[in-house]
Design a protein around this ligand. Structure first.
Ligand code: ATP
Ligand code: MG
Length: 132
């Protein structure tokens, strides 16, 4: 069993898609082991996205992430990290495979509805960021 972190982003909470996303995750075999709603501050959003320091999209991404509440959740499943990345689909919904969450509900490359940890190291860090 492995654990990973998913965040429902503000574009999805705004459109009342929390239940839809949780349903899709549970249907794919993920167990929700921790979940809450948070209004990120700019300081916390920048800290979370520190890996993107210097990228041209960072300021806009931070504004978007504080524009409404987010729902971080800790998920458990076999191969949770790689299976969740597969289930959410490519960063840009235009490139996301059919049947993925982003292909179905994301608006664009920035407002792409969900975040998922991309490695065991980041999963550990990101779970601690929200749940410790
Ligand atoms: P996430 O980290 O949210 O799971 P990801 O790993 O698919 O997404 P990253 O490259 O880590 O993508 O980018 C983090 C987030 O920054 C993306 O999910 C998206 O919201 C935003 N982003 C990434 N690239 C761009 C871009 N070129 N233009 C605008 N926003 C972008
Ligand atoms: Mg990423």
């Amino acid at each position: 069993m492995e654990r990973t972190l998913l965040i429902i982003k503000p574009d999805a909470t705004e459109r009342n898609l929390i239940g839809h996303i949780v349903y899709r995750l549970e249907r794919a075999g993920f167990r929700v082991v921790n979940m809450r709603m948070e209004q990120l501050t700019e300081v916390r959003a920048r800290e979370f996205y520190a890996v993107h320091e210097g990228k041209p999209f960072l300021d806009s991404l931070v504004s978007f992430m504080v524009s409404g509440p987010v729902v971080p959740m800790e998920l458990e499943r076999e191969n949770a990290i790689s299976s969740l990345r597969e289930l959410i689909g490519a960063t840009n919904p235009k490139d996301a495979a059919c049947g993925t969450i982003r292909q179905e509900i994301a608006r664009d490359i920035e407002k792409n509805s969900v975040h998922a940890s991309d490695s065991p190291e980041n999963a550990k860090k990101e779970i601690a960021f929200f749940f410790e």
